[in-house]
Design a protein around this ligand. Structure first.
Ligand code: FES
Length: 342
């Protein structure tokens, strides 16, 4: 279809009661961000994360892209879901935003504490200023605005998981791993200092099934620990009697973090087992640490996963390997929740 560059179309957000105008040829993702409608993203609109789904009722005739074929289930396709960074505006449209995006707002916060939690990861504690409180689910994430492109929310924002439990409504904690050349991590590691103000949109996603009562198996690699900490801290505060296994995998002992808190939780919670697994342990391994790959620890320690839920956070490779292991042990696909790094 040939679209005139100056042509604009009307996008009707049917479950928000609002319409926006979008330029022909823009992606829905860009049109929504330009109108300050917050859509979750971890990949920044590159088609990798699958977080940016919207339901399209009418007006989009473009074919599914390869990214959408990988990330959308057949049920989602049948119901009309598209990834907004892939769907192109080519006529007036009626769309629906996911329910969990309706509470997303723009926040201003002050940095009140900074410190390294391991060799490459910096903890950032933020006090919310405006609004001063935020409701969120355990394991939710924020999109932190990265200067200097303050006017460009699309290009310079980075997703970071919240490590605090939902009871902490006016202060949140993030753990940001240093990434060479990374704009977001460079800002957090090299520029941010106590007293600085930051802006972010939130809350996105989270683990809606944290209150279930069946056994929970969590696996996290490296800084994937943040959302699991949020979930565990929440379960501790709510005196959950849920059976929980948490496998935390890192490359070296210098990458371990929050170990003393997790060991304390292991002693004080009803049925929580913690496995810290170091792939290349070196000489300083403590007796509580398992040497090897985290997937091997899961294989050895989970005989039967039927009836369990799983929360997996890490690289695509880790998530796919754990998915295979847990499915072989009887977990239902619907009971696996994924939080993938990009
Ligand atoms: S924003 Fe990541 S897939 Fe669309």
């Amino acid at each position: 279809m040939h679209l005139m560059k100056s042509e604009t179309f009307n996008i009707n957000l049917v479950n928000v009661g609002k319409s926006i105008t979008a330029a022909a040829g823009d992606t829905l993702f860009k049109a929504l961000h330009d109108a300050n409608i917050f859509i979750p993203t971890v990949c920044g609109g590159k088609g990798f994360c699958g977080k940016c789904k919207v339901k399209v009722f009418s007006g989009n005739k473009s074919s599914l892209t390869d990214s959408e074929k990988k990330k959308l289930s057949s049920d989602e396709v049948a119901e009309g879901w598209r990834m907004s960074c892939q769907a192109v505006v080519e006529s007036d449209m009626d769309i629906e935003l996911p329910d969990d995006t309706k509470n997303v707002r723009l926040y201003t916060a002050e940095v009140i504490a900074l410190g390294m939690v391991c060799r490459e990861t910096r903890r950032v504690r933020l006090r919310l200023l405006a609004p001063a409180e935020m409701e969120y689910l355990p394991g939710a994430f924020i999109l932190l605005d990265i200067p200097p492109a303050a006017g460009s929310r699309l290009a310079l924002s980075r997703a970071y998981s919240i490590a605090t439990p939902p009871s902490s409504v006016n202060e949140i904690e993030l753990n940001v791993k240093h990434v060479p050349e990374g704009k977001g991590s460079g800002f957090v590691h090299d520029v941010l200092k106590p007293g600085d103000k930051v802006t972010f949109s939130a809350p996105y996603s989270g683990y809606p099934r944290s209150s279930d009562e069946n056994e929970l198996i969590c696996v996290a690699g490296g800084s994937g620990i943040s959302p699991v900490l949020s979930i565990l801290r929440h379960l501790k505060e709510t005196e959950s009697r849920r059976k929980i296994k948490f496998f935390f995998g890192v490359r070296t002992c210098d990458d371990l973090q929050y170990i003393s808190e997790l060991r304390t939780l292991e002693k004080s919670m009803h049925a929580f087992e913690f496995f810290s697994v170091v792939e290349f342990p070196g000489e300083n391994t403590s007796k509580d640490t398992i040497a090897g790959r985290v997937t091997d620890a899961v294989i050895r320690s989970v005989e039967d996963a039927s009836g369990c839920s799983a929360y997996l956070c890490g690289s695509q490779g880790l998530l796919e390997a754990c998915r295979t292991i847990l499915l072989e042990r009887g977990i239902s696909e619907d009971d696996i929740f994924y939080d993938q790094f990009f």
